[in-house]
Design a protein around this ligand. Structure first.
Ligand SMILES: Nc1nc2c(ncn2[C@@H]2O[C@H](COP(=O)(O)OP(=O)(O)OP(=O)(O)O)[C@@H](O)[C@H]2O)c(=O)[nH]1
Ligand SMILES: [Mg+2]
Length: 228
């Protein structure tokens, strides 16, 4: 079989690009490069819903069906001129599956850690989740803290500032999301992808994605919670 030929990207010739042995710089331009992102957090915080919203642009209301074990979805995204295949692993939040999911942490380039803004214990458990992440994941993995269900204004028990403070303490990226309305869902995954690419290629990081860009595309159904 003929080997597949690909056009050499110009950015390969950027000074210093080939010096960075820690990144698969050449591979970043290959469609088949896979960045592994893993979703973690307590059961019921909305990991599966977030992934469905990102992948299919929809929210399936109704009774909660807990994930069993682990599953994955592939999604090709473009960040600037770079196309990357994200392999997104959706883990089960239930305690009994923890030993199974730990095995996947070490291969993850990015970890999206969710809590539910209406569920205090899911937020209180974030420190334990971060301890597990630091124990099992690679030290250079991108970590994002996401306060999900931001559409549930009346049920909110975790202030946005509390999430921001915790994220600052651990030096991780923070945002609030809603798998229901779609607010900041694309932004969360794209920020992780952009961070990964930026680390390897040192792409100009400005202009950053603006939270308001996404909010404008997918306006909230109710302007509440001070979630802007
Ligand atoms: N209002 C609202 N409900 C949500 C949101 N995200 C998830 N839900 C609901 O919360 C429940 C749990 O969502 P899942 O996505 O299944 O939670 P999970 O984190 O995957 O749970 P496990 O698979 O057990 O770990 C479901 O009933 C969802 O419909 C959200 O952003 N807003
Ligand atoms: Mg699930």
């Amino acid at each position: 079989m003929e080997p597949e030929t690909r056009r050499e990207p110009e950015a390969r010739d950027e000074p210093g690009a080939e010096d960075d042995q820690s990144c698969t710089v050449y591979g970043l331009y290959d469609q088949d490069l896979t960045h592994k992102t893993i979703l973690v957090g307590d059961s019921g915080v909305g990991k599966t819903s977030l992934l469905v919203q990102f992948d299919q642009g929809k929210f399936i209301p109704g009774s909660f069906s807990a994930t069993v074990g682990i599953g994955f979805t592939n999604k090709v995204v473009t960040v600037g001129e770079v196309t990357v295949k994200l392999q997104i692993w959706d883990t089960a939040g239930q305690e009994r599956f923890r030993s199974v999911t730990h095995a996947y942490y070490r291969d993850a380039h990015a970890l999206l850690l969710l809590y539910d803004i209406t569920n205090k214990s899911s937020f209180d458990n974030i420190r334990a989740w971060l301890t597990e992440i630091h124990e099992y994941a690679q030290s250079d993995a991108v970590i994002m803290l996401l306060g999900n269900k931001a559409d549930m204004c009346s049920g909110r028990v975790i202030k946005r500032e509390d999430g921001e403070r915790l994220a600052r303490e651990y030096g991780v990226i923070f945002m609030e999301t809603s798998a229901k309305t779609g607010v900041n869902v694309d932004l969360a995954f794209m920020t992780a992808a952009k961070e990964l690419i930026g680390r390897c290629l040192e792409l100009p990081k400005e202009p950053k994605f603006q939270i308001n860009d996404i909010i404008e595309q997918k306006p909230q159904q109710s302007g509440c919670c001070g979630f802007t």
